[in-house]
Design a binder for this molecule. Structure first.
Ligand SMILES: C[S@@+](CC[C@H](N)C(=O)[O-])C[C@H]1O[C@@H](n2cnc3c(N)ncnc32)[C@H](O)[C@@H]1O
Length: 317
């Protein structure tokens, strides 16, 4: 088996230029660059807050919480979904995979710090480097929308699952959700970065180099974010790959309308301005709004209007 490539957190100008035409290269460069600061940037933790979130998404999609013997994650990033699912008792053993070597490195380091039984490989979801029927569970969070050929990825997921094994993907943007979330994010960025130019709000302005860096990252985001999904279309793809019991569900409407401006605001101001109190306010409000979305709005409003789509299914016995 060939050794995994090494991380490349500092891409050259030529590599970045080439990445504009090559979404997979863009994903590697963008996520290798992001890997070291990713957990901090997205407020990812490996404590009760994120365990509850990960297990909650899993249950919302699958209707159960395992336990499964051996789970593999596609596009694991730093391990946010699988490591927290393992801590929540959903899987005993884990394998993290990602196209970005930097992400696999950080995910393995995080798993070691948590004393979890996890190995890892650099892997393209369209060609997963594992034998047929290797896993009881395959999971992914916020990954499908980066993969050029989602249909090929589903076929690979079905191949590496054992008969009766399950897949769960969560955190994918719907077409409608992406439309309003991006506009709200852009408006918040514009308002915050312009208002903080006022002398009275001067101390809330992030240093220009950091803002420039965020803007460059946002530009590359348009290359790495390839898809938004219609839930029915996503179900069709999973069935075409041979899955049974396929079910897509959606969540977060008011929670996304609140969450996107909040996350963008957090990225636009100096980190030290927003302390623990802010983080708890943002999280608790998001939780309350998620409750409203789930208990009051689901069923009343078409599922396409919610921001996140989740999908599950199984490999036939
Ligand atoms: C938005 S991040 C999500 C990371 C993590 N799942 C999370 O929720 O924090 C998407 C991840 O998918 C990975 N990725 C992109 N294209 C991929 C592909 N074709 N195969 C496997 N992983 C891929 C990226 O490198 C990145 O780490």
């Amino acid at each position: 088996m060939a050794a995994d490539p090494t991380p490349n957190p500092h891409a050259t100008a030529e590599q970045v230029e080439a990445a504009w035409q090559d979404p997979k290269l863009a994903n590697v460069l963008y996520h290798d660059w992001e890997a070291g600061t990713y957990d901090e940037k997205w407020s990812i933790s490996y404590d009760e807050r994120c365990i509850d979130y990960a297990v909650g998404r899993f249950k919302a999609a699958a209707g159960d919480a395992g336990p499964y013997k051996h789970a593999m994650e596609l596009g694991s990033g730093t391990g946010f979904f699988l490591l927290n699912l393992m801590q929540g008792g959903v899987a005993d053993k884990g394998s993290v995979t990602d196209l970005s070597p930097g992400m696999v490195e950080v995910a393995l380091r995080n798993a070691k710090g948590l004393d979890l039984d996890v190995d890892g490989r650099v892997a393209d979801a369209e060609r997963i480097p594992y034998e047929d029927e290797s896993f009881d569970l395959v999971v992914g969070h916020a990954v499908l929308h980066h993969i050029p050929d989602v249909q090929a990825a589903f076929a690979e997921v079905l191949r590496v699952l054992k008969p009766g094994g399950r897949f769960v993907f969560a955190g994918e943007p719907t077409k409608v959700g992406d439309f309003y979330a991006r506009r709200l994010g852009r408006l918040t960025w514009w308002l915050t970065t312009n208002l903080t130019k006022l002398p009275i709000l001067d101390t809330w302005r992030r240093p220009q180099e950091e803002l420039d860096e965020s803007s460059r990252a946002a530009a590359l985001e348009s290359v790495v974010d390839l898809h938004t999904f219609d839930p029915t279309e996503l179900e069709r793809m999973a069935r075409a790959a041979g899955a049974t019991g396929v079910r897509a569900s959606t969540e977060e409407l008011t929670a996304a309308l609140f969450g996107w401006p909040v996350r963008t605001f957090e990225a636009a101001v100096p980190r030290e301005k927003l302390g623990f109190g802010w983080a708890m306010f943002a999280y608790r409000t998001w939780q309350r709004l998620s409750w409203v979305d789930e208990k009051l709005l689901t069923g009343l409003i078409p599922r396409e209007a919610f921001y996140n789509v989740l999908i599950t299914g199984t490999k036939p016995e």
